[in-house]
Ligand binder design. Structure first.
Ligand SMILES: Nc1nc2c(c(=O)[nH]1)N[C@H]1C(S)=C(S)[C@@H](COP(=O)(O)O)O[C@H]1N2
Ligand SMILES: [Mo]
Length: 329
């Protein structure tokens, strides 16, 4: 009998599941000693990996379909092939639908219309706007971007969408706004992962206003010349290619301008492993694995990871005076 011993890079790594955190319980307890969450071990073990599978629904027509394909912006180029559409749309992280990489069937249960988007906080006029009305006002284009998950896999995707800066300009933040907090949908009726109260739903992420206005920051509304598939975060999904993938929130419903630094979903769960900045850096290891190399979906072997995921020429300026911040986790 052939016994296969997994090499280091083949062993599964994961953001943090209740089980993974349970394994790290001692560290967690230390970090929680001063905080409000009490992680009881029975709660940790009872959480959600065994959620029932939802049967696939027949696809509903997407009213944004006639918008695509859109013209490609030639500024952003790749030095490796575009990941096959099949792989990029079937190997996913979307914890609202479970912690496995296979959430295509489960995620079809999310209704995409009506889809209201709130723009609020420190803005002149808070509004709620339907996603199709928002799309009409945004300059759509296609961009080829690398995506680097903190779990050390990566892909290369032709996203369609608009610069996050266009949304910031549309929102007209007040002068005291310093951060943009982005909130994902919350609907445990359709998203089995959200039935687990162990996770701090809804998914929240945030960036500084300077990051939001940087030309690389992008909101994806489509991919591969079509509306974005549900499993990739339809109808609105953040794309911050110089940061680890967990910063690129899916299923966005709220953009809140604030003067307080947002605490992200993963930072809240496991702050010693995931921080606010989360810029890609091959020289700063995750506490449980190296970030030096990555596995590109569809390509054998591993390739070196690059500082800022290769986007330093666009974003390094943002961080030049931040010597005391944990910029790379
Ligand atoms: N709302 C939400 N957004 C999310 C996640 C999630 O679990 N929920 N996972 C993040 C992580 S860890 C990654 S790597 C990317 C994965 O995007 P993909 O499935 O399109 O490859 O989505 C990010 N956005
Ligand atoms: Mo990720």
């Amino acid at each position: 009998m052939l016994i296969k011993i997994p090499r280091g890079w083949e062993r599964p790594v994961e953001h943090a599941t209740p089980e993974a955190v349970f394994r790290n319980r001692r560290a967690l307890m230390k970090s929680l000693a001063a905080g409000p969450i009490l992680a009881s071990s029975s709660l940790l073990l009872a959480a959600c990996d065994d959620a029932p599978k939802v049967a696939a629904q027949p696809p509903e027509p997407d009213p944004s379909a006639p918008l695509y394909p859109v013209d490609r912006n030639a500024t952003y180029t790749l030095d490796r092939p575009i990941t096959s559409e099949k792989l990029a749309t079937s190997y996913n992280n979307y914890y609202e639908f479970g912690s496995s990489k296979s959430v295509v069937a489960e995620s079809q249960a999310i209704p995409l219309r009506p889809w209201m988007v709130a723009i609020d906080g420190l803005v002149d006029k808070p509004i709620e706007i339907g996603v199709d009305d928002l799309l009409k006002q945004m300059p759509l284009e296609e961009r080829l971007y690398r995506h680097r998950c903190v779990e050390a896999w990566s892909m290369d995707v032709p996203w369609s969408g608009f610069a996050l800066k266009a949304l910031v300009d549309f929102a007209q933040p007040k002068s005291d706004a310093k951060y943009l907090e982005m909130t994902s949908f919350n609907n445990p009726e359709v998203a089995p992962g959200q039935k687990s109260s162990w996770y701090p739903w809804p998914y929240v992420e945030g960036v500084t206003l300077a990051e939001a206005a940087n030309e690389m920051a992008f909101i994806a509304t489509g991919a591969y010349g079509k509306p974005l598939p549900k499993q990739n975060g339809a109808p609105l999904r953040l794309t911050l290619p110089w940061k680890y993938g967990f910063k690129s929130s899916k299923g966005l419903v709220r953009f809140t301008f604030t003067d307080k630094r947002p605490v992200g979903f993963w930072e809240r769960i496991q702050g010693r492993e995931y921080g606010f900045w989360a810029n890609v850096n091959p020289e700063v290891s995750h506490p449980r694995w190296s970030q030096a190399t990555e596995r590109v979906l569809g390509i054998d072997g591993r390739v070196p990871t690059r500082l800022y995921n290769g986007y330093g020429e666009f974003v390094a300026e943002l961080y030049k005076d931040m010597k005391n911040e944990r910029l790379f986790m």
